[in-house]
Design a protein around this ligand. Structure first.
Ligand SMILES: *Cc1c(COP(=O)(O)O)cnc(C)c1O
Length: 410
């Protein structure tokens, strides 16, 4: 639990529901109990398969260290990141569990991989050789997972290259072929034909793996729809840990709890007369005398500019339409029909308030994208507050980890 001394909680005198961090009028609340619930849902589908929790991209915008710890507490035994830096971030946060770097590991990253005890995914001889060299120098045996490309046409060796590649790895005593995996292109569609074809190609290639190698193929959609056939030795859920469905097309969606809310507050209330305009480009003209609230959340925080004149936020449990262009750091909403709205009232941008809810999926639809991109798009300057039993147990901000007592310019 890390509540940095440099970030005191503002004792608020207004009626915002949660104590918010200083330094930024916008914050994300991540319910770690929801993450635990979602892990339990995956567990109930996949039986005894081991669980690698995918926490790449800052845990889909939720904050990797805190979410990784919650996943490990709830029964995950492996963590998955995309790149070496993301792995190092977990180590620097004191997390000792195995971490698979699922993205491309170039040979020149081998030393950092070994030094931080990460697991490389390998798909070319150059990286295997570099890993062996780095492991030998460090006097350790470095684990590696073989990535097989069965149809995604992204990372990996082709199935027919697997026998030769396995021989190559086995000729290197300093590298331990611990696992092998592939990734599905259409697992979240209702037609499973291509997924089954990819799975078959993987299983055929896997015949050339030595005994005991951990085989894993299942993303969230596969954990939901095909856990019995495709759970294998380990599963790799991502989006479902955060309480979101991978698509609207699953055959057996899990019962998930969204883990993240994005909140802000009213930073100004003012009036526009009929015919006056708002924001850059003057794309919205008041059709009537309008009460406008300024919300300090913009596209540099992750609210897509594409929701201009389309999206809503929640104020007093009611929808307030976004009017005018979303700016880098703020946007404006129409609160004419929410007469109780006051300065500093809490605003929900993603999540529930009273009976109303705005989902990441709703924002994604307006912006022409998927829920994944909305969550990953919540940027580093947005503080994250982590909750257990409804209480904040940890908080991170852009300046977390900056020591107190740094010199100031006066
Ligand atoms: C991102 C990713 C996952 C998780 O996918 P979800 O759809 O979020 O469950 C699993 N495996 C690999 C290799 C990935 O890149």
């Amino acid at each position: 639990m890390v509540v940095a001394a440099a970030m005191p909680t503002r004792k608020r005198t207004t009626k915002t529901t949660t104590d918010q961090p200083l330094g930024r009028p916008l914050w994300a609340e991540i319910d770690l109990d929801a993450v635990a619930h979602n892990i339990a849902q995956v567990r109930s589908r996949v039986g005894s398969s081991r669980m690698l929790a995918v926490v790449k991209a800052n845990a889909y915008g939720h904050g990797a260290p805190a979410v990784a710890r919650a996943c490990l507490d709830a029964g995950a035994t492996y963590l998955g990141v995309f790149c070496v830096d993301e792995g190092i971030q977990l180590r620097q946060a004191g997390i000792m569990a195995p971490v698979l770097v699922m993205g491309y590991c170039p040979p020149w990253e081998a030393m950092e991989i070994v030094r931080h005890g990460l697991t490389a995914s390998v798909s070319n001889p150059e990286t295997v050789a570099a890993l062996a060299g780095a492991a030998r120098d460090a006097g350790v045996r470095s684990p590696a997972h073989l990535k097989i490309d069965t149809g995604m046409a992204r990372h990996g060796v082709l199935p027919n290259e697997v026998p030769q590649f396995v021989q190559l790895i086995q000729a290197m005593p300093d590298v331990h072929l611990e696992g092998a995996f592939t990734h599905f292109a259409t697992a979240d569609e209702s037609d499973k034909t291509f997924t089954k074809r990819q799975f078959q190609a993987f299983q055929q290639a896997a015949q050339h793996l030595p005994d005991g190698v951990i085989r894993h193929v299942a993303n969230s959609a596969t954990c939901a729809d095909m856990p019995d056939e495709m759970g294998l030795d380990m599963v790799r859920p991502g989006i479902c840990l955060y309480g979101r469905q991978p698509s609207g097309n699953l055959l057996r969606p899990m019962d998930l709890h969204p883990a993240l809310m994005l909140k802000s507050y009213v930073a100004r209330l003012h009036h526009l007369a009929q015919g006056e305009t708002v924001s850059y480009g003057r794309t919205w003209t008041a059709p009537r005398n309008t009460r406008v609230a300024l919300i300090p959340c913009g596209y540099a925080d992750g609210l897509p500019r594409l929701v201009t004149n389309q999206g809503c936020v929640l104020v007093h449990g009611q929808r307030a339409p976004i009017i005018g262009r979303v700016c880098m750091d703020s946007h404006m909403v129409d609160v004419t029909d929410i007469p109780h709205a006051q300065l500093h009232d809490e605003v929900v941008i993603i999540g529930r308030q009273g009976e109303a809810e705005i989902t990441a999926e709703e924002i994604a639809a307006l912006a022409g994208t998927i829920n994944y991109e909305i969550l990953c798009g919540i940027t580093a300057r947005v503080p994250r507050s982590y909750l257990r039993g409804g209480e904040v147990v940890e908080r991170t901000t852009l300046v977390s980890g900056v020591p107190e007592g740094v010199p100031l310019p006066h």
